[in-house]
Design a protein around this ligand. Sequence first.
Ligand SMILES: Nc1ncnc2c1ncn2[C@@H]1O[C@H](COP(=O)(O)OP(=O)(O)OP(=O)(O)O)[C@@H](O)[C@H]1O
Length: 342
Amino acid sequence: MAELRLTNVGKRFGAIQAVDSLHLDIPSGEFFVLLGPSGAGKTTTLRLVAGLEQPDAGNVYIGGREVTAHAPALRDVAFVFQQYSLYPHLSVFDNLAFPLRSPLRPTPEREVRRKVEEVAHMLRIHDKLKNPATKLSGGQMQRVAIGRALVRSPSIYLMDEPLSSLDAKLRNDLRLELKRIQQDLGATMLYVTHDQIEAMTMATRIGVLDAGVLVQVGTPQQIYEDPRSSHVAARLGSPRINLFPRALVPGVAGPQQAVTVGVRAEHLRIHRDASNTAHRDARVKRIERLSDQHLVHVGLDDSDQELIVSAPGGDSFAPDDAVRVELMRPLWFDAEGQRIAA
Ligand SMILES: Nc1ncnc2c1ncn2[C@@H]1O[C@H](COP(=O)(O)OP(=O)(O)OP(=O)(O)O)[C@@H](O)[C@H]1O
């Protein structure tokens, strides 16, 4: 396994700066998740690391060696794409064995069998080894695609939304399995997703990309609790953070330049009494009963603004109740959406 370093990497497609002055240092054995909306430059970053794209500027280093001009086959990376791309005429066994039989990496056939069986067990497809690759469910095919990367011991695994085509149950299962396998192998992983649950549960660190720019890097907890901008704050958390004009809560103390306030659902409290002037008048609109929490949607009086409050005792409220909302840990943002210290 090896560390990955990108210095000042840029890539433009016509008028679009897909990746802009990107600096990234991923230590060996880290599970690094690139998170961002569609078009943020996530796939382009992976392709630049794999050598499938050439950067206009900057350098790529794998294991301390500069590989910027190296062909993909010489970079020792394994890539898993969003859509499984299996060889349909081959069995599951032969699909998994394929990378080990490459002329670039001749492997004794006994070693091929050992490795394929080990990975097939890890991914729980060992009873399918003789099946043609086409006689599998979507989830099984994607396991084979992931397995094809895992049979090798590359310097770095690159995965581009490998779970996005699967149903929710399989996605949950494979999320946990992939994380476990990465830890067992001590693998360096660069993993792309726009799914915040994947990012929160799998990442050692997350890098948030926005329009080709890496806007924040940190542990999932740092990104969640201490976002640098309203854009980053909105990327993590379910339900989404409540973002609304500061002018709607004049009674709450905050920095002068603040234009927007952000409060997570679990950092809002709703009260029935009217004792505290810092609390904001509101009215219950509806209550969402999820398996593990109650979400109370309230409308702030004299505005169209709705907030979502995570309330353990949400059951005791009903639509149209007059309530008061307390902001426990507001985050403040300026006119550009940049965070301001409280
Ligand atoms: N080969 C290409 N030619 C022209 N434009 C491209 C090309 N590849 C990517 N782009 C553009 O570069 C930007 C970044 O694309 P990229 O695929 O890296 O984003 P992404 O974050 O992976 O998005 P998604 O989540 O939708 O896959 C987009 O605006 C995209 O349209």
